[in-house]
Design a protein around this ligand. Structure first.
Ligand code: NAD
Ligand code: UFG
Length: 332
């Protein structure tokens, strides 16, 4: 039996693949490499001492994903595959709805046909929309402010409806906060295409000299230093959260939404200082206007993850920055 990881060659999927292989799972990766490369899968194999099965498949091709279930005995799925750039989703909403929603529908059809009823889905803290009541809890009101966020909300609903139609399904909706860092080996990490959207990959590119300075989007928020506050967690902690979720859905049917975050908020300038301290590099920055759509403060109440899954994030800011720097100086 194997676990299928859609989007398993991507940033979070590759770290999760390595952790799963290390924990003894058989892993099948299905990816179209729209935002990743097959080389990553080789590194995963090197790290784990065991290579995952790899299928170059686009979830938009129904027959392709169906064939994966025919070829391998899959008993559960972790569904990472999707487009994830918020700004791009505003410019190209149809592409986002088509890729993320149609891809999920095709996956669920194939799962249903092959009697595979366990799925862990990569949702996001973005489903709390413009909420201001931090820390965010799973039963807080949900909303979206851009097409990317809507796809996450819609897929959560689709999976709830699938379960309503058949209570043998077991669904974990993992709402990630801000994953950062890289594998401590330095072999895998995040390699953004073009200008990074997210804070830590941008900082890494300033540190390696690829960009002259960081743009800090707003210093007039109601936060201790005026810059935006987020819940940053190490990508390896996030990966281990998937193993816990997988263990949980193997034992329990139903639908559970679970926050994966540390429960601690950190500002942009605190993150810059943490990275500078660890790397010894200076990160010059320029204060810019607020980025449209950004909220001021976002961090998780991680209680449910602890109680239900037995998961808590273990690594601190220093380790997140050290592992990012270790990866960046060798790879970027
Ligand atoms: P990523 O882009 O690195 O990985 C996604 C992978 O999916 C890529 O390898 C890409 O090639 C693949 N893919 C995309 N569309 C596909 C399709 N139609 N068929 C097959 N493969 C396809 O992104 P990531 O950071 O690893 O994120 C994984 C998931 O987690 C995404 O669904 C993302 O929305 C979600 N998420 C990410 C973050 C974050 O900050 N990174 C936060 C919250 C949620
Ligand atoms: N920021 C900067 N400069 C940059 C990039 C970011 O100042 O160049 C600031 C942002 O304004 C924000 C903070 O750094 O205050 C974090 O921004 P990110 O873009 O790294 O992360 P977001 O919280 O905006 O969004 C990320 C993902 C979303 C996901 C969300 C979940 O991009 O897809 O985390 O919490 F939904």
């Amino acid at each position: 039996m194997a676990v299928l990881l859609t989007g398993g060659a991507g940033y979070i999927g590759s770290h999760t693949s390595a952790e799963l292989l290390g924990a003894g799972y058989n892993v099948v990766i299905a990816d179209n490499f729209s935002n990743s490369t097959p080389e990553t899968v080789r590194w995963i194999g090197q790290l784990a001492g065991r290579t995952p099965a790899l299928c170059k498949v686009d979830l938009l091709e129904r027959d392709g994903i169906d064939r994966v279930f025919t070829q391998y005995e899959i008993d559960s799925v972790i569904h990472f595959a999707g487009l994830k750039a918020v700004g791009q989703s505003v410019q190209a909403p149809l592409m986002y709805y088509h890729n993320n929603i149609t891809g999920t529908l095709n996956l669920c059809e194939a799962m249903k046909k092959h009697n595979c009823k366990r799925i862990v889905f990569s949702s996001s803290a973005t489903v709390y929309g413009t909420g201001t009541n931090v820390p965010f809890r799973e039963d807080d009101p949900l909303s979206a402010t851009n097409p990317y966020g809507w796809t996450k909300l819609m897929i959560e609903q689709i999976l709830r409806d699938v379960w309503e139609s058949d209570h043998e399904w077991s669904v974990a909706l993992l709402r990630y906060f801000n994953p950062v860092g890289a594998h401590n080996s330095g072999l895998i990490g995040e390699v953004p295409r073009g200008v990074p959207n997210n804070l830590m990959p941008y900082i890494a590119q300033v540190a390696t000299g690829k960009r002259p300075h960081l743009n800090v989007f707003g210093n007039d928020y109601h936060t201790p230093d005026g810059t935006g506050v987020r819940d940053y967690m190490h990508v390896l902690d996030l990966a281990s959260g998937h193993i816990k979720a997988l263990e949980y859905i193997k034992q329990n049917c139903g639908v559970e939404a679970v926050n994966l975050g540390t429960g601690r908020g950190t500002s942009v300038l605190e993150m810059v200082a943490a990275f500078e301290a660890v790397s010894g590099m200076r990160i010059p920055y320029v204060i810019q206007p607020r980025r449209p759509g950004d909220i001021s403060i976002c961090y998780a109440d991680p209680t449910k993850a602890k109680v239900l899954l037995g998961w808590t994030a273990k690594r601190g800011l220093e380790e997140m920055c050290a592992d990012l720097w270790n990866f960046a100086k060798n790879n970027l």
